[in-house]
Design a protein. Structure first.
Lengths: 256, 233, 243
């Protein structure tokens, strides 16, 4: 009986450590948190698309590897990378110092300001300590927006943290939230453009201080994978040169 | 009729994940429970203490916190081992601590502690005279376990086992929080996308009730089987 | 006082994860968890007594609805109940304009309602078991005294059922404390919510989750000892008497 037990326990442990294999990266698995329109989302038919997805695929093609996108919630996206659930993260991740301690970043591939969004009937023109007083602010847990709002406004406002941007929009719709702080293009497309005039941007786009808003979005790798990061940097440079980058950019953000 | 707006197949898949997760966790929990019960009854000081520590600690902390600790922490732990292998021995071993296996291990580990208590009580309820009789017949201790202790113990353990199973089944819903696509997660996702929470959450609630009712029936059959020879109930 | 805070800052210096700020989060978390668990237990208990009496009734039309309620709430995960209440309420047309909105707007109250309904269902069944186990002798004695049904309930059956239910109810209290950890799923900053926040900010699972695990463990033991103490006091007459 005991022998049987220990055998089955070992069996389970092996199942947990399901596959042990060496990696030589002709196949790169990229972690992504969807939906985050227009950076990464699914079409109604279920196809994965968005700026990150198209750019990532183009880079992989340039490098000559196959890419596989793996969905992962934001909360666990860095641990998932470290534990090799995938080999890179390309999911609108802002490069900053806290994250640099954990992962290796590629060169920034796009810079993206953040912005405040609120229902059109919320009567404030700029977000500051006075206007935010007593309001409930929504942010996505563990994002730079979370850090910024927590450090600057937690003494005057209530902060609700969400696992996904979707949850947050739902609670904004339900009027549980007064205002949200998001990456600008995401707020612009999910709130301002999609909900016919119900929501509006409050104040200017925000990209300072650098301490929070960092140096733009980067692809994250495990720190040991320097060679892989270098390949992606080279590919990015090539795509910027040959115009592919501009074409993808125009697809999601229009012409400059 | 119920319009699941195209989420039907994914909900059924999710239900499959829930059932598999629950059954595999139960098997692990029973195995761990038997080990724990044996260790607790052992005269070995170390085994006894370890088992007691395990059951006390696990039962004092919320399932969700343990799950997050093992799930997120387990990943980092595996990662540390793999890094040592890579930097010190140049072995690039890829270990995938996948969410499903992590879920089974976590829930099994948690419920192993509860099962340990159930089995310990049940083992103690087995008449010692029977075991002595078995030994007097020259049975080996393995044979005594298989033929006498285990079947008799099961009779006493079944009500507790059934109870633990019902709680375990509901606990599987928590894996949706750490990112495993069980039926609760599919339903929550669908309610957000369609803004119709009742359409998805209520069928899932009913599915839990159905699974619970079916297992109640199975446990009643089992109890009948193990009660043979102890008169009608 | 400045001495203490200087010592405290000194103790925390160089530590990224246990700063005065994060400790503040854990403290808020502890307060939220305690409020949530305490309130839901008290309201649940108040609801459970009449429900248990109804559930014990021999009249089907009284006992059946209560049975359905306890069956559903005990048979489905609390997480689903929480989702249904939290997400469900906002889809009643006009709720935002109604008098109830200030209550449902906060995540605290939907969570409190879900937890209360859940614990009331379990507690009802615990009491029903205890009421059912009232010894025939006690009831006969009460009848012989000419007590009415109501008086007998109040003076004999309920008090003795309370005592019998105590150990099982103690377990329910601990169960509720542990179940409350899911409150963070609907944005509440309870103890688990605080740990999740610290984890997602610093990407270190061990410190925050082990720390709150320890706090839960202490709370569990405190509840355990409280109920041991109560049992000793209230069940003293059942102990074998030493001459």
């Amino acid at each position: 009986m005991k022998k049987l037990l220990s055998v089955s326990l070992i069996g389970l442990a092996v199942a947990a450590a399901s596959s042990a294999q060496a990696r030589d990266y002709d196949h790169v698995r990229i972690g992504v948190d969807v939906p985050y329109v227009p950076m990464e989302y699914r079409t109604p038919e279920g196809d994965l698309t968005g700026f990150d997805i198209d750019l990532g695929n183009a880079m992989c093609e340039e490098i000559g590897v196959t890419c596989e996108w793996i969905e992962q919630e934001w909360d666990g996206i860095i641990p998932g990378l470290l534990s090799r659930n995938y080999d890179a993260v390309m999911s609108s991740m802002t490069i900053n110092d806290e994250r640099r301690q954990q992962v290796l970043f590629s060169d920034p591939y796009i810079t993206m300001p953040s912005a405040w969004f609120a229902p059109s009937n919320l009567d404030i023109s700029e977000a500051n300590e006075e206007t935010l007083e007593g309001l409930t602010i929504g942010v996505q847990r563990g994002t730079l927006q979370d850090n910024y709002v927590t450090d600057n406004y937690s003494s005057v406002a209530d902060i609700s943290r969400y696992s996904t941007a979707d949850d947050m929009v739902l609670d904004l719709d339900a009027q549980r939230l007064d205002i949200v702080f998001l990456d600008f293009p995401i707020g612009q497309s999910t709130l301002v453009e999609n909900e016919d005039g119900d929501y509006t941007i409050v104040g200017e786009q925000i990209s300072e201080p650098k301490e929070y808003f960092g140096d733009g979005f980067g692809i994250a790798f495990r720190q040991r994978d320097e060679a892989l990061a270098e390949k992606f940097n080279e590919a990015l440079a090539t795509l910027k040169e040959d115009g592919t980058y501009d074409e993808i950019h125009a697809r999601y953000f229009g012409e400059e | 009729m119920l319009d699941l707006q195209g989420y039907g197949p994914r909900l059924i898949e999710g239900a499959g994940v829930t059932v598999q997760l629950a059954v595999l966790s139960l098997l692990l929990a029973v195995a761990l429970g038997l080990l724990t019960a044996t260790a607790k009854m052992s005269r070995n000081w170390f085994l006894h203490r370890t088992a007691t520590l395990y059951t006390t600690l696990i039962r004092g902390v919320p399932d969700l916190v343990l799950m997050m600790l093992l799930f997120y922490g387990g990943q980092i732990g595996v990662n540390a081992i793999s890094d040592i292998l890579y930097y010190d021995f140049e072995i690039d071993l890829y270990i995938n601590f996948n969410a499903f296996a992590a879920g089974v291990l976590t829930i099994g580990f948690i419920f192993g502690a509860y099962m340990g208590e159930t089995f310990r009580g049940a083992f103690m309820a087995v008449d010692n005279g029977q075991i002595e009789a078995g030994k007097a017949y020259g049975m080996s201790s393995g044979l005594v376990f298989r033929r006498i202790r285990f079947p008799q113990m099961m009779r006493h353990a079944l009500p507790g086992l059934s109870n633990n199973w019902m709680v375990l089944l509901k606990t599987t819903a928590l894996v949706s929080v750490i990112g495993l696509t069980d039926m609760v997660r599919v339903a929550a996702e669908a309610s957000r996308a369609t803004h119709e929470p009742f359409v998805f959450l209520i069928p899932v609630a009913v599915a839990y009730l159905l699974i619970a009712s079916v297992s109640e029936w199975i446990f009643a059959r089992l109890q009948k089987r193990y009660d043979i020879g102890f008169g009608e109930h | 006082m400045p001495d203490i805070s200087a010592w405290f800052n000194d103790l925390l210096s160089g530590n990224l994860i246990f700063t005065p700020t994060t400790l503040g989060y854990y403290w808020t978390g502890l307060v939220t968890t305690s409020q949530l668990v305490f309130l839901s237990l008290v309201i649940g208990l108040v609801m459970a007594v009449p429900l248990a009496i109804m559930r014990s009734s021999r009249r089907k039309w009284i006992s059946l609805p209560v049975y359905v309620y306890t069956y559903v709430f005990r048979g489905t995960p609390l997480l689903i109940q929480l989702y249904i209440i939290y997400y469900g309420v906002v889809f009643f047309d006009g709720i935002q304009e109604s008098f109830f909105w200030p209550i449902f707007r906060e995540a605290f109250y939907p969570a409190l309602i879900a937890f209360t309904l859940n614990t009331a269902a379990y507690t009802t069944e615990i009491f029903r078991g205890a009421i059912k186990a009232t010894s025939k002798g006690e009831i006969e004695a009460a009848r012989a005294y000419g007590m009415s049904q109501g008086l007998m309930m109040r003076r004999i059956i309920i008090p003795s059922a309370f005592r019998r239910a105590l150990p099982a109810y103690g377990n329910e209290v601990i169960f509720m404390l542990h179940a409350s950890a899911i409150a963070s799923v609907v944005t509440l900053m309870d103890l688990t919510g605080a740990a999740r926040y610290v984890y997602s900010r610093f990407y270190t699972p061990f410190e925050p989750f082990l720390f709150v695990a320890l706090i839960y463990l202490c709370l569990t033991f405190a509840i355990l000892f409280f109920f041991r103490f109560l049992e000793k006091k209230l069940l003293a007459h059942l102990k074998p008497q030493t001459p």
